[in-house]
Design a protein around this ligand. Structure first.
Ligand code: AKB
Length: 319
């Protein structure tokens, strides 16, 4: 059976996607790759791990040939706040990496999953009920690369026959690997600080409303989209998906239902606040629901309960 290749496997998504794919398809069927080396305890479970710089087409070709790869989840990228600090590096990795992986997918007949983001929208996009097909004029390098990537995936699907599919993911909340350098990261950090110190200083304003999703829903969405009947996919790529939409003060209130003494204050980072202000507040995921049956399982209350339970257990075990 052809194997699945995951790039950026040590990141926030990859560290939960790889074990989920291995549980479904078998450990040896999933090749985890990253430009970093895994730590001693790994975290990805049993199965192959390879060093891969996805901006090198030769390295990607060799990996696909060596492991007889049939599908690629291409996750390697810089997140929004880091991309604003290093726009040239972000273009090189986020666009350059995708272009090379798409080329290899074309040459070897691989299917490809690409994670776009709510960052693909901009200040002129309708902010409430953001439609699937709408204005996309982002003002960040992260967003510019995401829009270009969505278009490139469409081109490779329509003109070059690559089965390229993708989601516009909202902020992801998870307890396995921390995110690094995103605008929505506060919604993960807050849980670590609430459990450890009962206090969190937030870098976004109390009323900064953004779409979010708990990682188990995101992982399921990625796997379900790649398994979906292509005949039903009118969009195929860049599906809006969401599970909830909340502000920092609403998340803090939900945490307080479990930790009544929890306190939040604010030290707003103008760069990340400006990015948040340019993104939608609630997107419409009707196309994903209609075309491949998307439905989230976790709302804010269920996410908060599960995060505090799982993360509490993990942090207590390491103290
Ligand atoms: C980020 O904040 O950069 C990401 C995203 C929403 O794409 N989490």
């Amino acid at each position: 059976m052809a194997r699945i290749l995951v790039t950026g496997a040590l990141g926030q998504i990859g560290s939960e996607l790889v074990p989920a794919l291995r549980a479904q398809f078998g450990s040896e069927s999933v090749v985890a790759t990253d430009i970093r080396r895994p730590s001693a305890n790994g975290g990805l479970g049993a199965g192959p791990f390879e060093h891969l710089d996805c901006t090198s087409i030769r390295q990607v070709q060799e990996m696909v040939r060596r492991f007889d790869v049939g599908g690629i989840y291409h996750l390697a990228s810089l997140l929004s706040a880091v991309a604003e600090e290093k726009p040239q590096a972000a273009w090189e990795l986020n666009m350059g990496g995708l272009y090379r992986v798409l080329e290899v997918a074309r040459q070897y007949g691989c299917a490809l999953f690409f994670p776009s983001s709510i960052g693909a929208f901009g200040p002129t996009t309708p902010r409430q009920g953001t439609p699937q097909d709408t204005i996309q004029r982002p003002t960040t390098m992260y967003g510019v690369a995401k829009v270009a990537s969505e278009l490139l995936c469409d081109y490779y699907a329509l003109r070059l026959g690559v089965d390229a599919r993708g989601l516009r993911l909202p902020g992801l909340i998870s307890h396995t690997a921390p995110p690094g350098g995103g605008t929505t990261d506060y919604a993960v950090d807050i849980f670590y600080q609430a459990i450890r110190y009962g206090h969190y200083t937030c870098f976004l304003r109390p009323d900064a409303r953004l779409d979010m999703m708990y990682m188990p829903d995101a992982i399921r969405a990625m796997i379900e989209l790649m398994a979906a009947d292509p005949g039903r996919l009118r969009h195929r790529n860049a599906f809006n998906v969401t599970a909830m939409s909340f502000t920092p003060e609403e998340l803090a209130a939900e945490i307080r239902r479990h930790i009544p003494e929890f306190r939040i204050d604010y030290d707003v980072d103008p760069v990340r606040q400006a990015i948040a202000d340019s993104w939608p507040q609630s997107i419409d995921d009707g196309a994903a629901r209609a075309e491949w049956g998307w439905a989230p399982a976790y709302d804010l209350a269920a996410t908060t309960t599960d995060m505090l339970d799982k993360l509490g257990g993990k942090l207590n075990a390491t103290t």
